[in-house]
Design a protein around this ligand. Structure first.
Ligand SMILES: [Zn+2]
Ligand SMILES: [Zn+2]
Length: 148
């Protein structure tokens, strides 16, 4: 997405276009599923004086307005991505924590039709697949490596 579109995106969400907001959107575009620390580091390469709190506030505003999706796998810090509105799932590596997008097996807005809703109006289903990423799965297990 071009910066021009980011400006349009912000305006369409009634958010003022600011340099920190644009920098955060660029950072999340470059690094999907980035955590707050990674976003802050990326933003500071463009805006060296921006504070942690400012980036935190921007992420909150972008998330509240639906421009950015916040995910938080169990045991992980919050992570952010620009891919919103499709309720896609995530695969998380148990070893290194890397996160990958997983499209649903059954189609659009997946898994929102719960078999039993107990009267709840369901608007989101969160599915996390846990396992090993390709790098970790192919790395030798240190516990089986002989020391001599
Ligand atoms: Zn891994
Ligand atoms: Zn994702």
């Amino acid at each position: 997405m071009e910066d021009h579109n980011f400006e349009h995106l912000l305006r369409s969400a009634d958010l003022r276009v600011t340099r920190p907001r644009l920098a955060v959107l660029r950072a999340v575009r470059r690094q999907p599923h980035a955590d707050t620390g990674s976003v802050l580091a990326a933003v500071r390469t463009e805006e060296p004086t921006v504070s942690h709190q400012a980036v935190y506030d921007v992420l909150g505003a972008l998330t509240d307005s639906g421009l950015v999706r916040r995910i938080q796998p169990a045991g992980s810090v919050a992570r952010y991505e620009l891919r919103v509105g499709d309720n896609h799932h995530h695969a998380v590596c148990r070893s290194c924590g890397v996160v990958a997008d997983v499209d649903c097996a059954v189609g659009v807005r997946p898994c929102l039709h719960a078999s039993e809703t107990n009267g709840f109006v369901i608007d989101e289903a969160e599915v996390t697949y846990w396992g090993m990423c390709p790098q970790c799965a192919s790395a030798p297990d240190p516990s089986t490596v002989r020391s001599n």
